[in-house]
Design a protein. Structure first.
Length: 738
């Protein structure tokens, strides 16, 4: 009687088994180190005359996994700081097996196995038996022998173009007369399989090499903020190739409890990714804070990249404090690029946060023309950052694949979690908000109307003005191959005021978005009012120029109010620092400008980190009782950090990096944190300066040893209670050692 196999013994005990016969464990954990495949399972008696030394045994597996080996070069993974084999699906890679004796294809039978998770099953794609084939078939699992030289056999292995993305354990199995003999568990043969934008059969295929270089392989980016007329930028170290980041990104899918069978689908991965990047309801990566209190963590403006955040989260399993929209977007971009999904960060200026999905933002003023904060609940963010991920959308009609908006900033609940997308950008442009996921919300962010209404004392509300152009003024991303701004507004919306743009709005309304009866009401153009704010540096006085134009032959008089508020960049006010009223005579058929001076002493003590001032100007025309209203934000200029690298810049030689900052304020700065980051040059590091007196200069020198030659970038940030969003950067070229 033969000895029962492991699987038979497990079955007899009533335990579920995987292909190895081991007890089943949770299926949605990808990085299990458990050896679920036994070394040998005996299937019968040893044949008479058969010698054990005749068994074909694997003595060595060579994966060509060094950064200069063929696999990593061909699969564009040579920059990952990881010693294991990293390949992309749908594209063959090379391995070499060394046996204990020459391989005889007439008598010997072996195959390769890839396993992921603790309960692998062939039906779910978590237990893969790779068959030996004469010719590889595009996009399907297979292994082809390329050469057989003595005891050495070379193989080309083709992963399926839709296989699971993650870290697989590899085994070589040999069929012998006495059973299946498998290689022992060897972590050195673990293989990472990623998405492949170079493969036509892959759902993330991108048919443009310049775009693949930018949106998959570029580990440095630029994130834009500020105002449409005053665009500011900051560099961000995505760091998708840095040590530990790939494992941290794969851990996020475990944390999000995404079933392993769904980890080959970029739609599912980007959706769960948008939820797990924020900590709102699942203790995800980044803890958001918008109240300027960062006592228990790092201020959002202090981060220079994603690496520290992801590694800390992977290590501590606790949310990292703190983040705002550009931090969420930066970390999410790292996650997507790291696993091979083309991705970019976009910025929408004058971004609407519409709570009731009626495609309008309601601003209410009282009968005197002052804003009623009790009734005004909708907000306009100065800017908002989210991500776009490139993929096919087989769940949507043809034509709606390509860039998909995905947003990890926790704004609104979607299917029970704080997440947003993927929403087809093409569908948003044409108003097809019936398509999943969260298209109505994204459409409202870029194409809402702002409706100004007068709230009467009797409870009625009268529409005074509808601004159809304020929302989604400008949508930008980083250009391909450079650091300049690329305007992508036309990808999200037709030109304002055109028939196509109004048709898209009507299409969105047709698909069930609530419509207000006041939406199409417009004010008369008898009297116009607008204003501008002079570009100013933090700590200086500011002039607001308010211009009135009387387009009639009548003489009018108006009572005007200017309210200056310190606001978070989300449009939520913190405090009013200026309240100024004045009367003006509007001469027939003339324009006139009124100047209002804002002294620095009025706003500096209340200033928030983004140095953003919001002005609301209203005017009530006495003769007609009409109310004019306009609102605008301005971002004050902030001084920059200066970075210097004197001396040699050579791989393997010590290099000095100097950071300098001159205090521009009329006060000393206390508890000043400076962070320095340089991918390929130095790891993110920070230093505290207890005090920087007025009219003095802070200097910090840090030493590092460059690891790689070529163009590199140094990034620095400075943060204290009085000054935030202070950045500096420097491009350096590292030479190869002689």
């Amino acid at each position: 009687m033969t000895e029962p196999t492991v699987a038979e013994r497990q079955k007899k005990k009533g335990l579920p088994t995987g292909p190895s016969g081991r007890r089943a464990l949770p299926p949605n954990v990808s990085n299990a180190e458990e050896d679920e495949v036994p070394e040998m399972e005996t299937i019968g008696l040893v044949p008479r005359g058969y010698k054990l030394q005749d068994v074909l045994e694997v003595q060595d597996v060579h994966l060509f996994n060094r950064e200069d080996d063929i696999n990593k070069r061909e699969h564009h993974t040579e920059r990952y700081y990881n010693l294991k084999l990293i390949v992309r699906r749908g594209q063959p890679f090379h391995i070499q097996l060394t046996f204990n004796r020459p391989y005889n294809p007439e008598k010997d039978n072996f195959w390769i196995e890839y396993i992921i998770g603790r309960y692998p099953q062939q039906s779910k794609g978590t237990y893969i038996i790779v068959p030996l084939v004469q010719e590889l078939e595009s996009g399907k699992w297979g292994a082809k022998i390329t050469h057989s030289d003595g005891s050495s056999v070379g193989l080309n292995i083709m992963p399926a173009a839709d296989c699971i993305v993650g870290k697989f354990r590899m085994y070589v199995a040999v069929l012998t007369p006495i059973g299946i003999l498998r290689t022992r568990r060897n972590p050195n043969t673990d293989t990472y399989i990623l998405f492949n934008p170079w493969c036509e059969e892959d759902a993330v295929f991108l048919d443009d090499e310049k775009q693949r270089q930018e949106y998959v392989l570029n580990d440095l980016g630029v994130i834009f903020y500020g105002e449409p007329d005053s665009i500011r930028s900051r560099s961000w170290n995505y760091g998708q190739f840095e040590e530990g980041v790939l494992d941290a990104c794969l851990y996020l899918m475990d944390r999000a409890q995404l079933d392993l069978s769904g980890r080959g689908n970029p739609v599912k991965i980007s959706r769960v990714g948008s939820a797990v990047i924020n900590s709102k309801d699942d203790d995800g990566v980044v803890y958001g804070s918008w109240n300027s209190v960062y006592e228990y963590g790092v201020p959002p403006s202090s981060w220079t990249g994603s690496v520290d955040i992801l590694l800390e989260y992977h290590s501590s399993k606790e949310p990292v404090r703190y983040g705002q929209c550009w931090v969420f977007a930066g970390v999410f971009n790292t996650f997507l690029r790291c696993i091979g999904i083309p991705a970019r960060v976009v910025t929408n200026y004058s971004s609407a946060h519409d709570n009731d999905a009626n495609l309008q933002l309601d601003v209410f003023v009282d009968e005197d023309g002052k804003v009623d904060s009790r009734l005004t609940k909708d907000s306009i963010w100065n800017y908002h950052c989210w991500n776009e991920a490139w993929m096919t959308r087989p769940d949507l009609p043809v034509g709606f694949g390509g860039w998909q908006a995905v947003d990890s900033t926790p704004q609104e609940n979607s299917d029970g979690m704080y997440r947003c997308g993927p929403a087809s950008v093409q569908a948003i442009k044409h108003g097809h908000v019936c398509f999943q996921f969260d298209s109505p919300f994204v459409f409202a962010e870029v194409n809402s109307d702002v409706v100004y209404s007068k709230a009467m004392k009797n409870g009625t509300k009268v529409v005074e003005h509808v601004d159809k152009t304020q929302i989604g003024k400008l949508i930008v991303t980083k250009e391909e191959g450079g650091d300049k701004v690329r305007d992508i507004t036309e990808l999200y919306k037709f030109k304002e005021g055109t028939d196509e743009e109004r048709l898209a709005l009507e299409t969105a309304l047709m698909y069930g978005v609530k419509k207000s009866h006041t939406q199409d009401v417009v004010s008369t153009a008898e009297v116009d009012m607008d204003f501008s704010v002079e570009d100013s540096t933090i700590g200086s006085d500011i002039t607001v120029n308010i211009t009135f134009r009387n387009n009639t032959p009548n003489l009018y008089t108006a009572t005007s109010y200017l309210s200056g508020n310190i606001v978070f960049y989300t449009g939520v006010p913190k405090a009013e620092f200026k309240n100024h009223s004045f009367d003006v005579k509007l001469e027939p058929m003339k324009a006139q400008t009124v100047e209002v001076l804002i002294k620095s002493s009025e706003y500096m003590s209340q200033l928030l980190e983004q140095a953003s001032l919001h002005f609301f100007v209203t005017a009530r025309v006495k003769e007609t009782e009409k109310i004019l209203a306009r609102q605008k934000s301005t971002v004050l200029k902030i001084p920059q950090l200066l970075l210097k690298v004197p001396g040699e810049k050579v791989v393997g030689k010590e290099m000095a990096v100097i950071v300098e900052f001159a205090n521009p304020l009329k006060q000393k700065l206390t508890d000043v944190w400076v962070r320095l980051d340089g991918p390929g040059l130095l790891k993110p590091t920070a230093k505290l300066f207890r005090e920087v007196p007025r009219n003095s200069t802070l200097t910090w020198e840090e030493k590092c040893v460059p690891k790689r030659s070529g163009p590199r970038k140094l990034i620095a940030s400075l943060n204290c209670d009085a000054l935030r969003h202070v950045y500096g950067e420097l491009d350096v070229n590292i030479e190869t050692a002689v």
